[in-house]
Ligand binder design. Sequence first.
Ligand code: ZN
Length: 339
Amino acid sequence: MNRRGLLLPTAVALVAAAALVGVSPSVAPGVACPSVSGVVPASALASPVPARACDLAGAVVGAGSLAVRVPLKDGESVTAAGSARTGHPATLTVERFSGAVRARIWQSDTAPAPKPRPPVARMGSVSPPPPTEATTATTTVRCGDGAGAWLGMRWQGAYRWMMRPAGMPGYLGAFGPVRDAVRNAATAVDRGHNSCGIVGDLALSQRYSGETTRDAGINADGTCGDRDERNVVAFGRLDGGLLALTCLWWSRGRTVESDVRISDAPGMFTLDPAAGCSGSWDLQGTLTHEFGHVFGLGHVAYAEHGELTMSDGLPACSAGFRSLGLGDYETLRGQYGTT
Ligand SMILES: [Zn+2]
């Protein structure tokens, strides 16, 4: 079920709690704690709410098809970045600081629904179509759009990640080529691959550390759970129409862990969009987008920036998102610098 649309939180604060930040753990008279018996709507935490007095540690905070568990320690934050088939996913961050908890959401809910696009590999490395006016226009837009969003956290060392073969859906075939597609996606971000003629020199790095039996710390309902000190990419069930979901655990601007769950829904992905694709998404391009999140990139709205890899709506059957667009690249360079 798609829970997005049922919960579209706007910036409505339940309580005027701003004055409580960093003050008393007790709830001031007249301040209402959100109910923690179920999922706490992120909108209830738009303004900081005292963590201990409202018993929020470990509570699940939700926004649309995303949710995160409130960190147990002060100074820690969790971010969920979902990538949906039809756009309009949210990015949800829950921060615990100065004794308070605050939720921030980003959702392009003012953007119109994604325009239908022809199911062609527009800029892919797989059987690129002959240059046409449309292809040229797409490249021009992708390399002329400097837009980008930052989630707020950075890796200070290399991102070392593992991949879980268990749970990979059988329709994708053998694990090797799937792993290679995912590795290629991570490399594309690491090396700053782009189709704009920029020599990639980003001062960030990743390393694939092999296979694991561990799962990503992400639940089927889109909840970023607890971290386990391992960065894992794994297939699994994802509700809410999500292609994939990246969770980041971070503290004072420094990323400490990031996991990615890829939907195992039948037929969701293809390794080769040029081969008779219909209604499937390019696995490598989708993962390039997810690794963008891993390194701290947020979404830009599909309606205005649909040619960028960090757009919140990736079209089906396109291999055109396996590298970075101008805004994707420039935003990473602005945060990490160059080598
Ligand atoms: Zn995304």
